[in-house]
Design a protein. Structure first.
Length: 304
């Protein structure tokens, strides 16, 4: 876990990186995000409380005059390092408000957005704050899910939860287990990894860099998946493509953002997915403990 923290911190300028690398490993293990705002204290997000960092790597819940504060140029340097000093090569990701950096870590972007004449967003031109979300592989992330739902064969599931509840981590581990034969047999698994967050999965077919709807259709045409995984589904085009996968005989596992159990019936993407009539279960994750299952619902119970 500390290794993932150190890997993510490599994208930062030396003045910020070196104190972070000196943080005790037990603290690194609890950090989910590194938040940077120009001329404001650098903050580490943990499940308990945000932590301030001092130049020698000490962490605490109270600030002071000696805490690390990124400058505007350090914010810009971090952004440029994340896109390999080629902003135009990453235009599509930047328009979406993030960059994926080596290791599957996600750098969230915030600043001034230029707007086109038709009021559509064009490009973030001035970056003022960054949120480096640390990706971690948890080998047992989907163990309980596989035991509960996949021990007798494939099924289709919606994994739902708030940010930082472990949706991507659980899907990544589910893809690994199904493709490596850890759920009773080897399955042909295709992963649509539009943001490059799933990292190498040697026994899976991973389509990265394309939008999810296109990736689903490409996988169905050429890869004959038995199981198709797609993270953070939200648009009608993505849901239509997933509906096509059922017609092709594939099972699906997808993730969606929801705040809590009450939102399962309120969020439009969840309703649209359930209306396909093809999902077997909805798995709600516990907001307080990443990759922990709160409740498993029969999808028919939630159908609108």
């Amino acid at each position: 876990m500390a290794q993932s923290f150190d890997e993510a911190a490599q994208i930062l300028p030396d003045r910020l990186r070196q104190p972070l690398l000196q943080i005790p490993p037990q603290t690194k293990h609890t950090v989910t995000e590194i938040r940077l705002r120009a001329f404001a204290p650098l903050l580490l997000t943990t499940a308990q409380e945000p932590l301030f960092v001092r130049a020698a790597g000490q962490c605490g819940s109270f600030g002071g005059t000696d805490v690390l504060k990124p400058g505007a140029q350090e914010i810009r340097d971090t952004f440029l390092r994340a896109c390999g000093y080629s902003v135009h090569a990453y235009e599509m990701q930047i328009r979406e408000g993030f960059l994926t950096v080596p290791g599957g870590h996600r750098l969230g972007l915030c600043g001034h957005m230029d707007i086109r004449a038709d009021n559509a967003p064009q490009m973030l031109t001035t970056i003022t704050s960054l949120n480096l979300r640390i990706a971690r592989a948890i080998p047992s992330a989907s163990a309980a899910l596989c035991e509960a739902l996949f021990s007798r064969g494939l099924c289709s599931v919606i994994v739902a939860g708030p940010p930082l509840s472990g949706k991507t981590t659980m899907l990544r581990d589910l893809a690994r287990r199904l493709s490596e034969g850890l759920c009773g047999r080897l399955y042909r698994v295709s992963v649509i990894d539009s943001r490059g967050e799933f990292a190498p999965l040697p026994y899976c077919d991973v389509l990265s860099g394309c939008d999810k709807a296109t990736g689903v259709r490409m996988a169905l045409r050429a890869l004959s998946p038995q199981m198709l995984l797609c993270d953070e589904v939200g648009t009608t085009a993505e849901i239509d493509a997933i509906a096509q996968s059922f017609s092709a005989g594939a099972a699906c596992a997808v993730s969606v953002h929801v705040r809590d159990a009450a939102a399962l019936r309120l969020r439009k993407p969840v309703r649209q997915l359930l209306q396909t009539g093809q999902f077997d279960h909805v798995v709600l994750l516990d907001a307080a403990s990443p990759c922990a299952i709160d409740t498993i619902y029969d999808a028919r119970e939630l159908c609108p």
